[in-house]
Design a protein around this ligand. Sequence first.
Ligand code: GDP
Length: 536
Amino acid sequence: MSVTADNMTQHSGQTAAEAGRRRTFAVISHPDAGKSTLTEALALHAAAISSAGAVHGKGDRRGVTSDWMEMEQARGISITSAALRIDYGDCVLNLLDTPGHADFSEDTYRVLSAVDCAIMLLDSAKGLEPQTLKLFDVCRARRMPVITFVNKWDRPGREPLELLDEIEQRIGLRPTPMNWPVGIAGDFRGLIDRASGVYTKMHRTPGGATRAVEEELTAEQAAEVEEETWVQASEEIELLEEIGAGYDEESFLAGESSPVLFGAALPNFGVSALLDTLVSLAPPPGDLLDAKGEPRPVGALFSGQVFKMQANMDKAHRDRMAFVRVASGRFERGMVLTHAETGRPFATKYTQAVFGSERSTIDTAYPGDVIALINAQALSVGDTLYEGQKVVFPPIPSFAPEHFVVARALDSGRYKQFQRGIAQLDSEGVVQVLTSDVRGEQAPVLAAVGPLQFDVVKHRMEEEFRAPVELSHLDYCLARRTDAESAPTLHGLSGAEVMKRRSDGELLMLVHNKWRLRVIERDHPDLTMEPLLAGG
Ligand code: GDP
């Protein structure tokens, strides 16, 4: 069937309108800052699920788990990163999960290549914490807009001005508060919306399982009810006006300033303000640049990029699933796409929208949405799928590994399977595989962002490739990019070793620790030792 020009324009316009309704984002935070609680609160508020506690199966909160491996179940954590779709008014919010805790891995970083905005979630008592900083580095490298949510305001914490100062001083992100808390952390009374001056008083509900009651008051009413605390908050707001901490769209979209909101996810205080800010300020999916730097208009025919691979989600069917972010066009289940890297057709008969273990089949998707393709053996992280005119998106960068092991086949008779398995895990991006002449092909070094990846390797090598492995810990904890000129000198130094990354041929210097690295840098100022993205 031929598609007429009119038809095309109509499709393109509809796709652009659908893209405009979408906000695709992730929450970056340190473990325990309240990411799961906030996710539930957002979903609850948007009425996507009927009662709080139904998103993660953590602790005593019953619910949808994203467990997919026995080991994962045994530990009660979630390795899967998935997408949660939340319909909110006219908007479709796609919240991509960034796994944390021990399951922190390269996937956590990769998810950030598939979103248009991040919510930086801070614990009011702790401010910026290590994992938040690492994830923020990735956002900064991508110049991604970041909205800051200061959580747990219902508990004793720090001064709001002090927290803002920390954000500005430590990461150079200019905070622009959208609302301001009345009452210190631990004695949270409500929030003043800076733009309108409206005061929202919070009324607690026991248990926090339902939405907090938010009551709107005028300034006069608020002054009467809140007395001293109101005066103090008003003075602080005046101070903000004086220092010019007002919202600025241009610097927000460039990732230089960040709208800040205060609240408490557990009792659902201030979550509606966060949702509204997300909808009104976060950018909808725009035209992505391809590998040549040319924009692929959102209204063009379908294109998308694989940002995550996952295997073995379903024990009964050993499948490989590719998570694809739609970049342009309308996706329809059953479409036959082209795999840019091989030029081969890719049938999309089996597609799912995925969150946790709840899989539902999706039929259509638009820019900003995430689709999961099953039986995706041919795909790897970073690959492009398209319809019509060829497009290739730039590769997703590899991130700085911090954990290293040597892998050996336990059964030398299964060496072929061992090699195949390692190559497979490399292509999926489960670990980075490093080799060197000194160590030989038989004993590759596996490098990871988080140590839990090694458990995944062990489990899958045994179960899936029937090639059990022995992994021995290597005493390195950081890596630097180097080059062929510098490598021979660096390789001979104590506490360091140079290896080649299989996937891209990059030379990496592994170093025992940062003190050792400082000494090497001091003694060899002319040699190449560049930090890798994030954590390095
Ligand atoms: P995650 O590790 O970032 O996903 O954090 P969780 O959502 O599991 O929260 C960690 C702990 O902080 C849990 O005990 C939550 O109940 C608690 N918590 C989260 N948000 C709030 C909040 O706004 N106020 C209070 N008081 N506790 C919170």
